[in-house]
Design a protein around this ligand. Structure first.
Ligand SMILES: [Zn+2]
Length: 97
């Protein structure tokens, strides 16, 4: 059984057993509770100009995007200060019932 996961990623990850998989290509990101972002392709670019004129941050504020290594689908995005650690999103599930 596949469950769509809406853990801040827009429901693009599927939970199968204890592991998260890409909703498009089924790439396995490992245990849902173990920091799946470590297994993605991470791209960083300065926010300056990323969203148009309102974002004038001189490059010290970054836009990070997390991509599936299997198909390139964007799974999540976050803003962060330069050299700040990646937000450690984890999925905690509760049995239905
Ligand atoms: Zn994929």
């Amino acid at each position: 059984m596949n469950d769509s996961v809406g853990s801040g990623t827009g429901g693009v990850l599927d939970l199968r057993g204890a592991n998260l998989h890409c909703g498009r290509c089924s790439h396995d990101f490992g245990p849902a509770a173990a920091g799946w972002k470590k297994r993605t392709l991470v791209r960083e670019r300065p926010m300056a100009g990323a969203g148009g004129a309102p974002y004038r941050s001189r490059g010290h504020v970054l836009l990070r995007t997390f991509l599936c290594p299997g198909c390139g689908r964007q799974l999540a995005a976050e803003t962060a200060m330069k050299d700040a650690p990646i937000l450690d999103d984890r999925l905690h599930t509760v049995p239905a019932g």
